[in-house]
Design a protein around this ligand. Structure first.
Ligand SMILES: Nc1ncnc2c1ncn2[C@@H]1O[C@H](COP(=O)(O)OP(=O)(O)OP(=O)(O)O)[C@@H](O)[C@H]1O
Ligand SMILES: [Mg+2]
Length: 268
C-alpha cells in the first residue's frame, strides 16, 4: 500500500529544537520534525520515550498539564503556535486530538458532535447537516442514524472512538493528532479506524502515535522513531528522535541500528 509521496514533506507543521520539560525533568530533547500536508505520520518508539509528550506539544495540550513546559519552535502554517498572541483554543480547534481511550461526552450522539461547533461559535446553517456529515466522514452514520438522541455511552468502544473522531472533525480542523487511538479496540474496530485514517488523509493531515508496528507500516506515509537516552547532565532518560523517513524506508532499510532493533522486536 505504498503510495507516491514527495521526498520531503509538504510542510503543514514543524518542530525545531523542541524540548519538553515536566518541572526540571526534560522528557523530550531537541526534536526536529516536519509534518506533511495530507500525510499520515506515525510516531513510534518504546514506552516512556516521549511520544505522547511531543504529540501534546503540537496543539498546546501540554498547557493543561501541571509543570509541563515547551521550548523551541512549533509551527503550524509557519506560525509559532506558542507565540503570545496565539489563542490556544483556536490552536486546538485547528489541530484536533483523539485520545487512547474513547472519551465521548456524557451526552447524546448528536450532542457530542454539535457541542464543539456550538461552543466555538461556528456559523452553522444546519446543525443536522453538520452532524450527518461529520458522522458520515467518520464512517459511523449508517450505524447511528436511527439513534442520534441516545447516549454515546451505549455505543461499542470502536463506535465511540469513531464518534470521537467525528467530534474532532466537526469543528473543521486541518490536523488530527491521535494518541494510540486503537489500543482499546479489537482487530475489526482497529481495521475500521485504519481505513478511516486513510480516507481522512485526503482532507486532513494526521499524526498518530502507535505501538502497533503493523499499523504504522500499513497506514503511515512517514514514520519517526524515538528512543530514550540517558541525559548527559542528569542521567535522566530523555526522549530523542532517532530517525525519520518514509515508512517503507524505516521498515525496509532503516539507517540506524536502534531503529532496526526496535522494528524487528529486539528492543522495547
Ligand atoms: N504529567 C507528567 N508529569 C511528569 N512526568 C511526566 C508526565 N507525563 C509524562 N511524564 C514523563 O515523561 C516521559 C515521557 O512520557 P510519555 O508519556 O510522553 O511517553 P510515551 O512515549 O508516550 O510512552 P507510552 O508509550 O508508554 O505511552 C516519561 O518519563 C514520563 O514518566
Ligand atoms: Mg504515550
Amino acid at each position: 500500500m505504498e503510495r507516491e509521496i514527495p521526498t520531503t514533506p509538504r510542510r503543514i507543521m514543524a518542530c525545531e529544537d523542541v524540548n519538553v520539560y515536566y518541572g526540571d525533568f526534560r522528557a523530550v530533547t531537541s526534536v526536529d520534525l516536519t509534518f506533511g500536508k495530507n500525510e499520515i505520520t506515525a510516531l513510534i518508539g518504546p514506552s516512556g520515550c516521549g511520544k505522547s509528550t511531543l504529540l501534546r506539544s503540537l496543539n498546546r495540550m501540554n498547557d493543561m498539564v501541571l509543570g509541563a513546559r515547551v521550548e523551541g519552535s512549533v509551527t503550524f502554517h509557519d506560525q509559532e503556535i506558542y507565540a503570545k498572541e496565539v489563542d490556544p483554543i483556536e490552536v486546538r480547534r485547528r489541530i484536533g486530538m483523539v485520545f487512547q481511550k474513547p472519551n465521548p461526552f456524557p451526552k447524546s450522539i448528536y450532542d457530542n458532535i454539535a457541542y464543539g461547533p456550538k461552543v466555538t461559535g461556528m456559523k452553522v446553517s444546519s446543525m443536522d447537516d453538520l452532524v450527518e456529515e461529520a458522522l458520515t466522514r467518520a464512517a459511523l452514520w449508517g450505524e447511528v442514524k436511527d439513534k442520534l438522541k441516545q447516549s454515546a455511552y451505549g455505543l461499542s468502544g470502536g463506535q465511540q472512538q469513531r464518534l470521537c473522531i467525528a467530534r474532532t472533525i466537526a469543528v473543521n480542523p486541518e490536523v488530527i493528532l491521535m494518541d494510540e487511538p486503537c489500543s482499546a479496540l479489537d482487530p475489526i474496530a482497529t481495521s475500521r479506524i485504519e481505513d478511516l485514517m486513510v480516507e481522512l488523509r485526503e482532507d486532513y493531515s494526521i499524526i498518530i502515535v502507535t505501538h502497533n508496528m503493523q499499523q504504522a507500516a500499513r497506514v503511515a506515509d512517514r514514520t519517526a522513531f524515538f528512543t530514550a537516552l540517558a541525559d548527559e547532565g542528569t542521567g535522566d532518560r530523555t526522549g530523542v528522535l532517532v530517525e525519520y523517513d518514509k515508512t517503507a524506508t524505516i521498515f525496509g532499510s532503516p539507517a540506524d541500528q536502534r531503529t532496526e532493533d526496535y522494528i524487528s522486536g529486539r528492543f522495547g
